[in-house]
Ligand binder design. Structure first.
Ligand code: ATP
Length: 441
């Protein structure tokens, strides 16, 4: 049995308020009243999204010799989506409440209208989630294009290109990070489910006999990624789908679930897609997408293991997991205990006062640190207030330049989590912070 983790009441509200107040994310076109569950990421959110992507890319591509990256187009011709099965089966069951007329996704509401409590609905209709558009100035069937609802198909359609240009052989993977679009019926819960979002997906091609072993391997590796980035293990669990709930392509799917404020929900999916995709694209395109194993002198269609996660959904989970309230010097403070690799700023440089004498050295310190770290610079308000502002956005280190610094060429480094302060020579500052950040892994 899983135990239910202890989380703060109103956590969702607290985190979404913080996100807006400090500039992680805002509603799109807010000045026009917002736009249908679409979000823009502000200065802190944009930094953090980059950090989430980088952490994933480092673990999935940079740190491995068996995975390469691509960056495929968002727009694609219908033929791709006919082959992948999306045109026919990428649908959600849509129902209308007979009482209040709201539209819902039938499988998400448990038979009760979340708006008015009614249990009377229309018959479910299959609603395709893909955004359809037109490429070029001429309308008509030939011009139809779709925005991709997942990044994965780019890895399949480029399978031969990657094999030919990299000389990889199974087991090997193709990874991609990019935007995907789904016309979700009921987007909800802040940035958890939106119509425009970003995904990080990797298709790992393996000899069919090794598929199950690699499926287990990637479940384990992906769960560890979250642990390594500081998410408490009690907030994560694995959920293996029952055979009858599997998607049309899947031979097995396990979700990494996160304990969101509304309960356990999918953060990432790891699927064993069998040879479904390469076979479908081979048949539909007439181009063989296979691997020729020279040693065994045989041609085969690799099976695919796919870990897939939303960048934006991961960002939300990292924020929720990091949000804490504790007590410092008799005062409650809000602190985001984000891993330094994810924090929007790793360092804040804070001159003790606005006096011009401190500005020269402070700006010098800032310029040195900016070569290696994302830095904030803040001169307004008392130093205590400024520490709190940095704690609230998860900055792991604050560097304070004071009047003594002008004489002894030392600055004070304050640690977000312990609030411990130490005096460090300016000359050694970058090295000091590097040691702390890399050793903190
Ligand atoms: P659901 O059943 O919840 O609609 P799914 O199981 O179809 O989603 P996948 O196709 O497996 O989702 O997508 C892989 C990952 O992409 C998900 O685990 C999630 O992290 C992310 N994702 C999918 N849809 C959205 C969305 N609308 N908004 C944000 N992230 C999404």
């Amino acid at each position: 049995m899983d135990s239910t983790p202890d989380v703060l009441p109103d956590l969702l509200e607290k985190v979404t308020n913080l996100a807006k107040r400090r500039g992680f994310f805002f509603q799109t076109a807010e000045i026009y009243g917002g736009f249908r569950s679409t979000y823009d990421y502000g200065p802190l959110g944009a930094n953090m999204l980059r950090n989430v992507r980088t952490a994933w890319w480092k673990s999935m591509v940079q740190g491995r010799s068996d995975v390469v990256g691509i960056d495929a187009a968002i727009l694609g011709p219908p033929a791709v989506w006919a082959a992948s099965g999306h045109l026919e089966t990428f649908t959600d069951p849509l129902v209308d409440c007979l009482t209040c007329k709201e539209r819902w996704r039938e499988d998400k509401i448990g038979g009760v209208c979340p708006n008015c409590g009614s249990t009377q609905f229309t018959e479910p209709r299959a609603f395709n989630l893909m955004f359809k558009t037109q490429a070029g100035p001429v309308e008509g069937e030939g011009a139809v294009a779709y925005l991709r609802p997942e990044t994965a198909q780019g890895m399949f359609t480029n399978f031969n290109n990657v094999l030919a240009t990299t000389r990889k052989k199974p087991p090997f993977g193709i990874a991609q990070i990019g935007k995907s679009f789904r016309n979700e019926i009921t987007p909800q819960n802040s940035i958890f489910r939106t119509r425009e979002f970003e995904q990080m997906e990797m298709e790992y091609f393996v000899p069919p006999a090794e598929a199950d072993e690699w499926y287990r391997y990637w479940i384990d590796a992906r769960l560890k990624w979250y642990h390594d980035l500081g998410v408490a293990p009690s907030l994560l669990r694995l959920h293996e789908h029952a055979k009858e709930d599997l998607s049309h392509y899947s031979k097995g799917t396990t979700d990494v679930e996160f304990y969101f404020p509304w309960g356990w929900d999918e953060l990432e999916g790891i699927a064993n897609r069998g040879d479904y995709d390469l076979t479908q694209h081979s048949t539909h395109s007439g181009t063989r997408l296979e691997y020729f194993d020279q040693t065994a002198n045989e041609r085969y269609t690799p099976w695919v293991i796919e870990p897939a996660v939303g960048v934006t959904r991961a960002l939300m989970a990292f924020l929720l997991a990091a949000y804490h309230e504790d007590e410092v010097e008799g005062e409650t403070r809000t602190v985001l205990r984000l891993d330094w690799r994810l924090a929007p700023y790793q360092v804040a440089v804070l001159p003790l006062s606005k006096k011009p004498e401190l500005e020269g050295l402070s700006k010098e310190v800032l310029a040195t640190l900016q070569r290696d770290f994302m830095c904030d610079y803040d001169v307004t308000q008392s130093i205590g207030r400024r520490y709190r502002r940095q704690d609230e956005i998860g900055t792991p280190y604050c560097v304070t330049v004071d009047f003594d610094s002008l004489n002894d060429q030392c600055v004070t480094v304050r640690d977000r989590d312990t609030t411990h302060q130490s005096r460090v020579p300016v000359k050694e500052l970058a090295r000091h912070l590097h040691e702390r950040t890399t050793l903190a892994v």
